[in-house]
Design a protein around this ligand. Structure first.
Ligand SMILES: [Zn+2]
Length: 259
């Protein structure tokens, strides 16, 4: 294999790690913001259900006062019944008593309905309190985890950057400029050839080219995928399971792991 290619396989490992770490570090604050928003929403729901409960209490106090008013009025009217002298007066009083009693029944029914609503709201409040407590706990635990992860990622990133900066000057200028150009447009510059295909774009490599890649994989030649333009490399261990035990990881992965 071309020595530049070997180093670029390692470089790509570093670059992918830089990308992964950078994405992870960008994702962490977003995740925290989502959790904070969930927590705020749960608190808002708890406030709303608490307010509704208070409104029901106010409503019932009002209803009880109104009931008392109508009861007092009905009692007063009944006393007046004792002293009425005409049928017309009696009938007017009776009419008023019936109205007051009707109002009492209506208000008592409304009070019962309010009590039912309160029961439901109290259950909802318990659930909301539980949700708020759980989210508060989750939020705190996740914040601590995120802070830890961020610190770890920052250290790792600095480490990978240092290794990367050390490796790059060792690679030939023209190889490196090809690497940078393809990596910029394709995301990755190198692809392993597996089963006569480019493992990045999945397109077939023409038989002659495939043979050249395999035969000359130890010399100075470099091959690009004709479809995506990535530099191809070939790992003999992958395609010759009869001769060598198949490794589960690619050359690049094993080099990166060994570092
Ligand atoms: Zn390709």
């Amino acid at each position: 294999m071309h020595p530049d290619l070997e180093m670029m396989i390692v470089l790509q490992g570093f670059d992918l790690e830089v990308r992964r770490l950078t994405e992870e570090m960008a994702e962490l604050p977003k995740r925290m913001a989502r959790l904070a928003a969930q927590h705020e929403e749960a608190k808002r729901q708890l406030r709303s259900v608490t307010e509704d409960l208070a409104k029901e209490e106010v409503l019932r106090r009002r209803q009880e006062l109104d009931i008392k008013d109508h009861q007092q009025k009905a009692a007063r009217l009944r006393k007046q019944m004792d002293v009425v002298t005409t049928t017309a007066q009696a009938s007017a009083l009776e009419h008023e008593i019936t109205f007051a009693e009707g109002e009492i029944t209506r208000l008592e029914d409304a009070e019962l309905e309010s009590m039912e609503r309160t029961e439901q709201l109290e259950a909802a409040k318990l659930t909301a309190e539980e949700t708020v407590a759980n989210l508060a706990q989750e939020h705190a635990a996740e914040s601590a985890r995120a802070a830890e992860a961020l610190e770890r990622d920052r250290a790792l990133l600095a480490e990978v950057h240092a290794k990367r900066n050390e490796l790059r000057p060792q690679i030939g200028e023209s190889s490196l400029s090809t690497y940078d150009r393809v990596a910029k447009s394709r995301g990755t510059a190198l692809a392993e050839g597996v089963d006569q295909k480019c493992s990045a774009c999945q397109m077939m490599v023409r038989p002659q080219r495939w043979n050249d890649l395999r035969e000359r994989s130890n010399d100075e030649a470099m091959f690009t995928c004709e479809t995506c333009g990535r530099l191809l490399y070939w790992d003999p261990a992958r395609d010759a399971p009869q001769k060598k035990p198949v490794k589960n990881e690619s050359i690049a992965a094993s080099i990166v792991r060994a570092l």
